[in-house]
Design a protein around this ligand. Structure first.
Ligand SMILES: [Mg+2]
Length: 271
């Protein structure tokens, strides 16, 4: 195979790989190539693996279960979701304040386990948090809308418009944000997930490594690669998912990666 010098240099300076999941290590239920072998080689080289997802509808444990089933998770690996980034931000900025969370039971359980005081309604709540709530109801929209109109702090876990899935992609948190913008005139004060900086800052703080030793790997230039650029990480765009090779040359500067590979498996030659 032809030498990929940009990839060689990127791997050499990387201590932690942040990995997107769908389109990067698996597609649906199928690992990409010999991904289990590649990831084992990454770990054996002394580098760490952190799976990084915007989807705040499921807890870290549910991702670990899937990754384990596909042979892609080892006990030293970590999963970090935009919901976990939001919880970390709440502890940093609004410690002890009662939160009204529009989110799934899984996200509520993660917040509660993290010691975030949750309120069942907007009454008495001081901070509004919007997640990818697949159990969203009209009543929840009415409650969070009331808080936004009252000017309460408003945090969104992430802002993807749709969620990748079989068939037609269903509406994700970004679509809820647009609805609430129409009804309240507000946009989130902070968005935590990719491509924004809260999740990156919380990750590097938790990992204790400088941003320059971290590489974000993903298949979506406008979330994964921009997330890396915004946070000072190295970036590796893999062509095993959404982005096609012919699109790479016309990407804006913010979405242009440090290196490009057919798939993450290409790093095995440089570890
Ligand atoms: Mg992806």
């Amino acid at each position: 195979m032809e030498k990929n010098e940009a990839l060689r240099a990127l791997v050499a300076r990387t201590q932690v790989f942040l990995l997107d999941m769908d389109g990067t290590v698996y597609v649906g239920e199928k690992p990409i190539g010999d991904m289990a072998g590649t990831l084992a080689a990454v770990r054996a080289s002394g580098r760490r693996i952190v799976y990084c997802t915007n989807n705040s509808s499921r807890g870290a444990e549910s991702y670990k279960a899937k990754l384990r089933r596909l042979g892609l998770f080892a006990e030293e690996d970590t999963v970090f979701t935009s919901g976990m980034a939001a919880a970390a931000l709440l502890k940093e900025r609004y410690a002890g304040r009662r939160v009204y969370l529009v989110g799934t039971d899984a996200l509520k359980a993660e917040f509660a386990a993290d010691g975030i005081p949750l309120s069942e309604s907007d009454e008495g709540a001081e901070v509004a948090v919007l997640g990818y709530d697949t159990s969203l109801t009209y009543e929840k929209l009415v409650r969070i809308n009331r808080m936004l109109v009252q000017g309460k702090p408003y945090i969104a876990t992430h802002a993807d418009d749709v969620c990748p899935a079989e068939g037609v992609y269903p509406p994700d948190a970004g679509s809820f944000i647009q609805l609430l913008k129409r009804s309240s005139g507000r946009e989130p004060d902070v968005i935590c997930g990719k491509p924004h900086t809260v999740m990156g800052r919380m990750l590097t703080a938790a990992l204790g490594v400088p941003a320059s030793r971290v590489t974000m790997v993903g298949d979506r230039p406008y979330t994964d690669i921009r997330f890396g650029s915004n946070n000072g990480f190295g970036t590796l765009l893999v062509l095993s998912g959404e982005c096609r090779a012919e699109q790479v040359a016309s990407l804006p500067a913010s979405d242009t990666p440090s290196a490009v590979a057919e798939s993450l498996n290409e790093i095995a030659a440089y570890l």
